[in-house]
Design a protein around this ligand. Structure first.
Ligand SMILES: Nc1ncnc2c1ncn2[C@@H]1O[C@H](COP(=O)(O)OP(=O)(O)OP(=O)(O)O)[C@@H](O)[C@H]1O
Ligand SMILES: [Mg+2]
Length: 164
């Protein structure tokens, strides 16, 4: 899912930017937004491969393109990292425990489908200090008209480091 069989064109600068933000600048939540087909998944995959060595506990790709509800995002993350639900403990708590202080990169692809899961994402980042997320989205709900107007451009990035 992360590596592609065809060459990646014209994204050297974007890849270098993403690498710098996720490694040197220690950004913990990086979003890439853009219209459908502008190359978000492709760029996220290439970026994940490029920074993989910085995440010794692994890189996981969470495909949200077929997920219908925000409440299903924890299960999607669990499936991607190979975690099973057990007993009565809520899945979110299990995920926090399993991810713990591991240095893991989660790529959340097509987050526009599950914008309601933003609190789950924020909580998980808050509980897991070395967890990093690279998120792609066709649009954020608040910025939808502006993003639509810029549909022909390559994915835009937004970063959150969790430090302020
Ligand atoms: N820089 C690139 N070089 C070569 N091929 C690319 C590049 N960017 C995207 N592509 C190709 O264009 C197609 C669309 O890209 P991609 O699936 O990444 O778009 P997307 O923004 O994720 O779309 P969606 O919002 O529908 O998920 C794919 O076949 C992908 O391999
Ligand atoms: Mg995509």
């Amino acid at each position: 899912m992360l590596s592609a069989s065809t060459p990646l064109f014209g994204r050297d600068e974007a890849l270098a930017d993403i690498e710098r933000l996720l490694t040197q600048e220690r950004v913990r939540l990086l979003t890439m937004s853009g219209a459908g087909g502008t190359g978000k998944t492709r760029l996220a995959g290439a970026a994940a491969v490029r920074v993989a060595a910085e995440f010794p506990d692994g890189v996981s790709f969470v495909d949200l393109s077929a997920v219908e509800e925000a409440t299903l995002v924890p299960a999607s993350v669990a499936q991607a990292i190979g975690v099973q639900e057990s007993g009565s403990e809520p899945l979110q708590a299990i995920l926090s425990e399993v991810l713990g202080d591991r240095a893991i990169l989660l790529v959340l692809d097509n987050f526009e489908r599950v914008l309601g899961a933003v609190q789950f994402i924020a909580d998980l980042l808050g509980r897991c200090p070395r967890l990093v997320m690279l998120v792609t989205s066709r649009q954020s709900r608040a910025a939808a008209p502006a993003r639509r107007a810029r549909a022909a451009r390559p994915p835009a990035t937004g970063a959150w480091s969790g430090r302020d």
